[in-house]
Design a protein around this ligand. Sequence first.
Ligand code: GLC
Length: 473
Amino acid sequence: MNKKPLLFASSEVYPFVKTGGLADVSHSLPKALGETYEVCVVLPLYQSIDRKRFNIKLMESFEVIMGGITYAVELHGTRYEDGEYRFFYLPLLCDREFLYGPPECGYEDNALRFALFSYAVTEMLRRESYCVAHLNDWQCALVALLVKEDPTISTKTLYTIHNLAYQGVFDPHVLPQIGIDERYYTMEALEFYNQVNFMKAGIVYADAITTVSPTYAKEILTPEFGCGLEGFLQLHRRKLHGILNGIDSEHFSPVKDKALVECYEHPKGKKASKIDILKHFGLKGGTKPLFVFIGRFAHQKGIDLLIETLPKMAELECNIALLGEGDEAYHTVLQSIAEDYRNISLTYGYDESLSRRMYAAADFLVMPSLFEPCGLNQMIAFAYGAVPIVSRVGGLVDTVKKYESFDTESRSGFGVFITTPTSKSLLSAVKKGCELYTEKKRFETIANHNMQCDFSWSESAKAYIKIYTRLMK
Ligand code: GLC
């Protein structure tokens, strides 16, 4: 049977380029859909993408007209691990040091850059026939509107919100430059507190909307998590679905991960990794529990809570290793804490293979997120036999069960909850972790159970396929 063609558009895709979980999902979900659809993944050809390594070749060129100006677009392509990838090269979009801008502040012309990306995606839909275009986050939300405007395109659109905190909000003077008519500048469409909001285009004009966990799908309808769009999302809730992300369980597998000093099938086998990581971070005491934090240094990830709590955590019998990058102010504070305490150490940067060595070494992963649309790290932690300590929000609620109710029959993973977003709660969760760690047998049974759980895409890919199929009817 011929597979139907599906276009998956995203502003970042692992392994080509990554700043966050969006890149992982944009790699692993299309891979999981590949059995059912002929998937083509499209992204910008940023200057940081290694064209040689990935054998990315120029295929053709075309033009897009936006706001009366003609832009030349180069379409490049490659195959990678059986997947088909396309890249747009436009100097304005791609020739930058960062993807979106230096941490915590976007480039001034991001409206133009990502509107252009959306125009190029739409042009692809015009030139080739795709059944469904799966659009991700604000960077390609305008595609939903551009498709609706063009009667020659019959492609259905599905829009996924990975993080409502990033909406792509700009001054309305960009409207003529991005070729969007004034009539869309209304409350029912793109206007948002006297600004233009790209994400709203995805919400209004896409045929279906998804977000990355069932709990987050409910949370975003409330003022606490709705980032000002809760009322608007409520209006469109009939087409909103929460589908839990998965992880690429072939990639995140301690049984065959080449980054590890020693592969393992049981938490007992983590010892060599722990020695390796303690050495890397200059920490001492292999018998003490090792807590790790891996992630962006951003408010969302609970860094303020972590900073407040670290000195108290340091008084416990444990080691703490931190890996991440992001906000410079956070980095400075974390650095000075790491200098003050012998059992806390920090590596600044994003290092994919070091992160996997850390999951393998860790007894606990700390994730004090203030909000978390899905979160992938807790699932990776499960796979590597590290017990997650998580806040009670978003996808963390959907993936973690409290260890006090551990049940061998359950198919869920178990961890420790930080009951409220306070330093006191975080500290008490870490203490619980330390206590659990002293009950060696119980700790190992839980970690081993977690390692066997299935967090792959198999179920969630089916949920997406169900929506695509319905849209195509
Ligand atoms: C964003 C969210 C994260 C989610 C990821 C992939 O990074 O913050 O929770 O797991 O997107 O959907």
